[in-house]
Design a binder for this molecule. Sequence first.
Ligand SMILES: Cc1ncc(COP(=O)(O)O)c(C=O)c1O
Length: 380
Amino acid sequence: MMIYLDHNATTPVHPDVVEALLPFLQGKFGNPSSIHWAGRAVKGAVEEAREQVSALVGCEPGEVVFTSSGTEADNMAIKGVAAALGGRGNHIVTTQVEHPGVANPCLYLESLGFEVTRVTVDRDGLLDLERLEAAITDRTILISAMAANNETGVLFPVREIGEIAACRRVYFHCDGVQAAGRIPLSVRDDSISFLALSGHKLYAPKGIGALVVRRGVKCHPLIHGGSQERNRRGGTENVAGIVAFGRACAIARETMNGEMGRIKGLRDRLEEGILSRVSGACVNGHREQRLPTTTNITIPGVEADSLLMALDLEGIAASSGSACSSGTLKLSPVLAAMGRTPEEAKGSVRFSLGKGNTVEEIDRVLAVLPAIVARLRGES
Ligand SMILES: Cc1ncc(COP(=O)(O)O)c(C=O)c1O
């Protein structure tokens, strides 16, 4: 039995999404900018996808800019605002636990002379809103904070951050890559200026994402070229990817309520099962303010990499943090920010669940995991 519990790294493409995209790899090959029949057939599909994305996240279709990834969307928001407003202010407020897609553009801007304040989180991974607000100065041009953390699933209070940003008249970029399709998000109601999304986290293929840019918000393009995406991103569109992303958003919108209840039930069964069977195991992240799909658990006395390899031999795929940092020896900055020691961080594994998971799969993990831990601890 092959068991996939790494949906925060990527998700399998939904069969209906494959069906929706295939015609655009076969007969429907036109360029959406062409005015003839071949172009028109494709242009309509791109605009339908824009509507489907906007319906999932509560914005206007014309505010959706398709990109190549969540990372590109994050870069576009952060560097695009810096380019547009750098003359007015040079300060960005972000958090200590952002994905590299946000953290690294901020580091890059620092190298160009911008100032960045990284607001800390507490032991549960929660953000201190008072500190966030206190960090804003008259030079601040942007707040960048994620909706849901990729490593722990912990949720930030997006609406409250949006209110602070609106009140202080600074833009709010929200990395919604892990949250979209899993919890409700509304660009309009949450006063978000920019929202980054990624297709492959919600059952669409890799290599397609979007940045929602609210109407009237100032932001320079990252990629200069043709007039595609209302001059916000040059380059002929990834039509098949866009159509797939749109369909995936429509499915997420229809199924989120029911699916997330079911997946949360499985996550809780897995988490409680591990906590009761493995001595010393404890959860990283606030138990309530968290994605229903994710659990990050420290298992003292084991190295996560050894545990993950042993699980892999049983056909079970999990992760020790973000896919980008696993495979490197660097400890998770997210767990460090939450006050975990290097020892604790080294023994931390992330299980992230999705649509295909079943009770039988969870019970299989619970059947094999305690023995693996005992063996790695030298207890058997
Ligand atoms: C929170 C978060 N932001 C951004 C990204 C980057 O998205 P992409 O893989 O589409 O570049 C990820 C992917 O892991 C993520 O988890």
